[in-house]
Ligand binder design. Structure first.
Ligand SMILES: NC(=O)c1ccc[n+]([C@@H]2O[C@H](COP(=O)([O-])OP(=O)(O)OC[C@H]3O[C@@H](n4cnc5c(N)ncnc54)[C@H](O)[C@@H]3O)[C@@H](O)[C@H]2O)c1
Length: 327
């Protein structure tokens, strides 16, 4: 089996590839990977093994149809992670998010059709549903995205659905809650707070910190994606969650404890524009249909993640330096 993984040098895509190459997925043992990534500020070649007999790394853009035409033949499946993934950046300027997330997905799926690729998983997010005060989203909940990032992901979900419905592409969509774990870019909440606190810098908490997110370890997310890849039904959406709802204030307080820091290091800043209040996923479908269940306890996973950042300062200082220089 040969799988093309887009966005494979980013946080979640690289975890998926590392796990796959380590034969950590029952359904994909021995599979080879073509790791396609543009290496934007968010992509890092060091997130993948420098060399591996079953890995081919290709630096390239999912908007490059000629490259895809050349690359795709011979692949049995595509797992599509590539995206502009940061809400704040999409609020500053949404162009890159719409270009990559919408047109990039459409270009990739057009190329998949042309190459006759047999299976595609489109990796999406719970943010396409908007914000929910009470209860949890099921897969048939209306899409009501609030940020430009979420709107671009919702649009790409609809593109993906259309390529299944119109062309019969064997494609499933996953919608996961917030991920945490090693190798996450330090612009995102948990690594930003953890690394700033380790550096003795203050951390910015939006508004009153009461916004609620549901957290899932990246390893559990990737196992969910693999189950969908191997056993998911075409045209179906699968929510992937963990049930760990926390306010941003609770996350900040726990990170203060884990880094041995003090409450004065949290600085309240004006709220994010259009800030969603609460995310909550109902993931009974993937549990019942595909036997998914998250394995990593949130408190332990968070402690291990902070320990990873503590043990790997060279990784995140280089990422912070290059992002700062590039910005
Ligand atoms: N991080 C989360 O909490 C979360 C939760 C649910 C879903 N998702 C989704 O999972 C996917 C991966 O998220 P992530 O957190 O790993 O993001 P990330 O920003 O860490 O990685 C994105 C990767 O895509 C690459 N990329 C960007 N534009 C590209 C292009 N035009 N062509 C090829 N490669 C390109 C980047 O270089 C980077 O390596 C995204 O689709 C995101 O919407 C993320």
């Amino acid at each position: 089996m040969r799988i093309l993984v887009t966005g494979s040098a980013g946080f979640i895509g690289s975890h998926f590839v590392r796990t796959l190459l380590a034969d950590g997925f029952d359904g994909c043992r021995g599979a080879s990977v073509t790791a396609l990534d543009k290496l934007t500020y968010a992509g890092n070649r060091d997130n993948l093994p420098a060399s591996h007999a079953r890995l081919e790394f290709v630096q390239g853009d999912i908007l490059d149809r000629a490259l895809l035409r050349e690359l795709l033949p011979g692949h049995d499946a595509i797992v599509h992670f590539a995206a502009e993934s940061h809400v704040d950046r999409s609020i500053d300027d949404g162009s890159a998010a719409f270009r990559t997330n919408v047109l990039g997905t459409q270009t990739l799926l057009e190329a998949a059709l042309e190459a006759g690729t047999e299976r595609v998983v489109h990796v999406s997010t719970d943010e396409v549903y908007g914000s929910i005060e009470k209860g949890s989203w099921t897969e048939d909940w209306p899409l009501a995205p609030n940020s430009p990032y979420a709107a671009s992901k919702a649009a790409s979900d609809l593109v993906a659905r259309a390529y299944w419905k119109t062309h019969g592409l064997d494609l499933s969509i996953t919608r996961c809650s917030n991920n945490y774990g090693p190798y996450q870019h330090p612009e995102k909440l948990i690594p930003l707070f953890a690394t700033n606190l380790m550096e003795g810098k203050q951390v910015p908490l939006y508004g009153d910190g009461s916004n609620i997110r549901e957290w899932l370890h990246v390893d559990d997310h990737c196992r969910g994606i693999q189950l969908v890849l191997n056993k998911g039904r075409a045209g179906e959406v699968y929510n992937i969650g963990g049930g760990n709802e926390r306010t941003n204030r609770q996350i900040a307080n726990r990170l203060l404890e884990l880094t041995g820091s003090v409450p004065q290091m949290v600085r309240r800043v004006g709220d994010r524009k259009g800030h969603d209040l609460r995310y909550s996923i109902d993931d009974r479908k993937i549990r019942q249909e595909l036997g998914y269940a998250p394995r990593i306890d949130f408190e332990q996973g968070l402690a291990d993640t902070v320990a990873w950042y503590r043990d790997n300062p060279a990784w995140w200082t280089a990422v912070k330096d290059s992002t700062y220089t590039a910005a």
